[in-house]
Design a protein around this ligand. Sequence first.
Ligand code: ADP
Length: 714
Amino acid sequence: MGKPEPDDRGQRLLAEENLLRARAEAESAKRELEETNRQLELAIAHANQMTARAEMASAAKSEFLAKMSHEIRTPMNAIVGMTELTLDTALNGEQREYLEIVRSSANALLLLINDILDFSKIEAGKLRLTPVDFALRQTLHQAISPLAVQAHAKGLELAGLVRSDVPDALVGDCSRLNQILINLVGNAIKFTQAGEVIVLVEMQKRCGSEVQLHFSVRDTGCGIAPDKQEVIFDAFAQADGYITRKHGGTGLGLAICRELVDMMGGQLWVESKLGQGSTFHFAVNLQAVENAPVETPPKELSRLAGIRVLLVDDNATTRQILEEMLTGWNMRPTCADCGPAALEAIWRSNETHDTFDLAILDAGMPDMDGFALAKAIRRKDERAGMKIIMLTSAKEAPTAQRRKELGISSHLIKPISRSGLLKAIVTAVCPAETDGKADEPAGMTSTTGPRALQILVAEDNPVNQTLARCLLEKWGHKVTVVGDGLEALTALKDGHFDVILMDVQMPGMDGLETTVRIRRQEALGGGHMPIIALTAHATQQDRALCLETGMDAYVPKPIRREELLKALGDIIPATPAPASPAAPAAAAPDPQEPPGEEPFNKAELMAMMGDDMDLLREAGALFIETCPAMLAEIQDALKAGDGQALIRAAHSLKGCVGNFAATKALEAAFRLESAARGGNLKEAQESWPEVKMETTRLKEALTRLIGGEVSCDC
Ligand code: ADP
C-alpha cells in the first residue's frame, strides 16, 4: 500500500476540523440549554413561591375578614339588643320612630355581616357542614313561613310542596339547607311584584339510604336576562343595577348558596325568561334515616276517607297542592277558583244529593273573598252542618267574633303545612274525637266546645289584678296573673291559655308592644290568641289603637262584670255563664256613716264587686296597702319633674280608684294624668293636693267599710 495522497490528507484534516467545530458548537448549545433550564427552574421556583405567597395572602385575607366580621357582630348584637330593650321602655312617638330606624338599619347591617362571614369562611376553607337528623317537611315549612308576611304584603301567593314519595326523616345540615331556601325564596319574593312563589321538593335518585332531592323555587317575577344568568352566581354580582338598588342586597347570597349546594354534593342553577319569572333549581345529596318511625296518621283518618271537600282558591298552584294532599288522604275534593263557581258547585251538590262535608276557603280572593263566600254559603246552605276552614294570611286572620258569626270551624295561616291542614280537618269534621285544644295544630284556632277558660291576666296593679282574678275565678275560669308584658310572653311560652286580658299601660313592656310581639310570633308560627284590652285609656282613639295593634276586644277600666262577660262571650263562644252572684259570704257591714258625703257611691261599688263582700274586702285591703306607694310615686315624679314617670303613676292611680266608684278621686287623678300628658307640670302640681286628699278620703272610707286599720302614711 502506498502513502495517502496529499488530497486525502487535506480532506481528513478538514473533516477533523469540522468535527471539532461541531463538537464545540454542541458543547456551547448544551451549555446554553443548561443555562436556559436553570433559568426556567428558577422561574418556576419563583412562580411557585409567588403562588404560595398569593394563596397565603388570600387565605390570610379571608381569615382576617372572617375574624373581623365576627368581631363586628358582637357589638352589633349589643346595638340591636339594647335598641330592642330601649324600645320596650316608655318613649314618645319621635323617639320610637328614630329607634325603629336604628333597629332596622342594624338588622340590615347584621345580615350583610353574616353574608360576609359566611363567604369569607367558605373562601378560607373553614366552613363545615354539620349533619343532623331533621324532618324535611317541617324544615321547609319553618323556612318559608316567616317569609309569608313579606309575600302576603305584596299580594303574592307563597306555597311549598314536598312530593309524597320523598322521605321525611333525613340526615343533613338542615340549617344550611334552610339558609339556601330562605335566600332563594327571599330573592323570589323580592323580585316578584305579582303572582306566586312556589317551592317544590321532588325525589331525583335513591340508592339505599342515599337520596338525591331536587328543590325548585319558582317565581313569576321580573326574570333574569340570558347574559346575566351565570354572572349572578359570582360574589358581589347583581343582574340589574337599577332593580337591585331598589331592593338592596349585596350580591353575595347566590354565591354562598352555590358553594353550600356544592358542599352538599349538588348543583345550583337557574332557568329564567325576562319578564316571565325564574326558577332556581338545586339538587343535594342527603341520607334517609333507616327504619325511621313512620308518623302514625290520626285515628280519625279512616273516618275522613270519602268525605266531600269543596276547595276554593283563586291560585291554581295552591289548589293543585291542596288537592294533592286531600286526594292522598282519600277525600273527594272538588275545586273552584272563585266564590260564584263555589256556590254553583254547592247548588249542584244539593241537586245530586252528594253534598259537601267541608269547605276550605281562601280568604284573599278577588271580588268575592273567602269571608263573603262563607257568608253566602251560610245564607244558602240549608245544611248548616257543612264545616268551613278558612285559609288566611296573618293579617287577614279573623277575630273570634267573626269566626263565630260565619261558623268557621278553624282557620289556618298560609303557607299551609300538610300536618296543619290534616289536624284542622280532623278537628272540624270529627270534633268529638279531638281532645280539646291540646291537639290543635299550630296555625289553627277553632271554636269548638264550651269549657271553663284558662285566662292570662297581664296587669301591673295589684288591686286590678285581684279584681280581675276574683271575678274570673267566680265564673269558673282558671286565672294566671302576671305583672308586665315580658312576663306575659314567658307565661305564654310555658303554658296554654284561651284568652289574655291585657292591661295597656304596664311598666317595662306595655300591652300594645306585647300584643304586637304575640301577633308577630303568630305570623311566623300560626295561631291566634284572643286578646282583650283592659285599659283605663277610654277614648275612641284608644279603642281603635288597641284593635289596630291586633287586640280582639276592649274592656274599659274600671272593669264592669257585664262588659267583661260580654267581651269573653263574644271572643270565646260558649263561655260558661257566671253563677248567679253568690250570696255575700258575710252580710255587708253596716258601717257607721261618717258625717258628710262618702267618697264613693256605695250601690255602684257593690255592683262593681258583684255584691261579693269578700271580693270588696280583698280588693279594698289591697288598695289600702298600695295607695301610699302610689301617692309617693306621684309625689316623687312631681319633685323630679319627670313627666313620663308622672303619667305612669297618675294613670295607675286612676285605674285603681276607678274600681271603687270613687268619682272625685277618679276625676282628680284624671286631671293630673291629663296635665302630665300635656307636658303641663305646673297644672299637674296644682291638681296634686286634691288627688292626695280624695285618695286619702277614699282609703279611709274603705277602711271603715271593710273594717280594716287606717295607716297614717299617706
Ligand atoms: P342580592 O339579592 O343580595 O343582590 P344574590 O346573590 O342573592 O344577592 O342575587 C344576585 C342577583 O341575582 C340579584 O341582585 C338579582 O339581580 C338576581 N336575582 C336573584 N334571584 C332573582 C330572582 N328570583 N329573580 C330575578 N333576579 C334575581
